[in-house]
Design a protein around this ligand. Structure first.
Ligand SMILES: *Cc1c(COP(=O)(O)O)cnc(C)c1O
Length: 467
């Protein structure tokens, strides 16, 4: 499989190249040249297989000569062997129609472990083959950083510089990053919000002089391999509920549009998906874009679901590329305009095409709290704020338009990752799982820096190993 940039001006790469590059050199994102498609029989044959085996079958068409079946099996066996649940992604029934897919059983209690535990092993393998090293630069609203740091701590050939918005991630999230004391891990708290941190990362990649000195790599959800590994749980959960003979809908708490884009990929690969419900909090750029064609950047409002406090959803560009008929020149012009004006209109025909699969909902704090209370009272489940937003959107969905399509809400974080918000809504403080019980007393290490490109580049240049 070859990978092309959504903006058409970057070199075409194989899976290895796209994985190590992250962002394309023209500012676009790498996507597969075509969407591989399974037959109904091929999907049916995956029913009942262990998670790792489904992962091998779903990912194999994308990796070409770079990772064969045995390599993928080895990576997934090691990555998901660290999960606390034997099913990797267990399903829980809430009522006759609604299910939760718990994608948070990894080491750092949010779904980003699913992609990053595997990505860390892929990096180590690719770098080991060539004797190369990389400088990973990332921006996090909390969960990506902790998952990336856990996956990359101590890995040979990898240095990590992780930017998080100072004071805007939960204490559990911060400590999951700053208590990892391995020498290859560097945490930088930026005096700004997540969008500022993400803009700094993009600017470093686009700074030819800086990118020329250090072998930069990205692990943000702009990294294609991450999205690929997330496609797998759409398959495993749908198979458990009767696919391919029955369609499912999914409600996905959304920030950077990575997780829900993985659902779109599953649909392109032939999985029968009835609807993808894009759930946002008050930071609703995606809801405005999908419901009214208005993709314009608002001001980020901090909420109790910080991993969704995003007003520029990087991965949305991958959907826009397909909606524009894969016309990279057209998309590059529109993205340049968006970057200059912070606004973009989705043409009506493209918005209508998106609406065949995607619906959206904006869920405010009151509805999030009501949903947490409803779930506790009627199912006994404690939900984290992100999951509650997903379930609120799911419960607003008008219902199946083909017989009996179940609605699966992706439970993206363990409630103990956001104990203050969960306690405020339900009166119950969720306990950290035993493997993390001493987190609040471990020593921390991080530096605070202004949200200025020069300052951050100087910080990294003082420490990182050049090419
Ligand atoms: C990252 C994250 C999200 C948003 O996922 P995207 O792929 O950025 O849309 C939602 N919930 C939690 C808990 C997260 O960590």
């Amino acid at each position: 499989m070859r990978y092309i940039s959504t903006r058409g001006q970057a070199p075409i790469l194989d899976f290895r190249g796209a994985t190590l590059a992250g962002l394309a050199s023209d500012g676009g994102l790498y996507v597969p040249e075509t969407w591989p498609r399974f037959t109904t029989a091929e999907i049916a044959a995956m029913a009942g297989l262990p998670y790792v085996e489904v992962a091998v079958r779903v990912c194999r068409p994308f990796t070409g000569d770079c990772l064969d079946e045995a390599a993928l099996r080895d990576i997934f066996t090691r990555a998901y062997g660290r999960f606390a649940h034997a099913a990797v992604v267990p399903l829980k029934q809430l009522d006759h129609r609604h299910f939760l897919a718990e994608i948070f059983h990894g080491p750092t209690l949010a779904f980003k472990d699913i992609a990053l535990q595997a990505l860390g092993l892929v990096f180590e393998r690719f770098l080991g083959e060539s004797g190369a090293h990389v400088t990973v630069i990332g921006a996090t609203s909390g969960d990506t950083g902790s998952a990336a740091i856990d996956a990359l701590a101590g890995r040979a050939g990898v240095e990590v510089y992780m930017l998080h918005p100072h004071g805007r991630v939960s204490e559990v999230q911060r400590r999951q990053m700053t208590t990892v004391l391995d020498g290859n891990i560097h945490n930088i708290a930026i005096e700004g919000n997540f969008d500022d941190a993400q803009a700094l990362v993009k600017a470093m990649f686009n700074d030819a002089a800086f990118a020329g000195r250090f072998p930069l790599a990205a692990v943000n959800s702009i990294n294609w391999a991450r999205l690929l590994f997330q496609v797998v749980y759409y398959f495993t959960t749908a198979l458990s509920l009767g696919a391919p003979h029955r369609a499912m809908s999914y409600a996905v708490p959304t920030g950077n549009f990575g997780d829900v884009f993985a659902g779109y990929v599953a649909a392109q690969m032939g999985l029968p998906v009835e609807r993808l419900v894009v759930a946002t909090n008050e930071n609703d750029i995606l809801h405005r874009a999908l419901s009214a064609g208005d993709y314009s950047q608002g001001v980020v409002r901090p909420t109790d679901a910080p991993s969704m406090d995003i007003q520029v959803s990087s991965n949305f560009e991958r959907l826009l590329f397909d909606l524009a008929g894969r016309d990279a020149a057209q998309l590059a012009a529109r993205m340049a305009e968006f970057e200059a004006t912070k606004q973009m209109r989705l043409p009506d025909d493209q918005r209508e095409a998106a609406a065949r699969l995607f619906t959206s909902a904006r869920v405010d704090a009151a509805e999030m709290i009501d949903t947490m209370r409803w779930a506790l009272a009627h199912t006994g489940e404690l939900l984290d704020p992100h999951t509650a937003i997903g379930l609120a959107a799911a419960r607003r969905d008008p219902g199946p338009d083909s017989a009996g399509a179940p609605m699966v809400t992706l439970a993206t974080a363990h409630p103990a990752k956001f104990p203050a918000a969960v306690a405020a809504a339900t009166g119950i403080t969720p306990a950290l799982p035993a493997r993390l019980a001493d987190l609040m007393s471990r020593p921390e290490r991080y530096d605070v820096a202004p949200a200025q490109l020069q300052a951050i580049e100087a910080y990294i240049a003082q420490r990182a190993r050049p090419r």
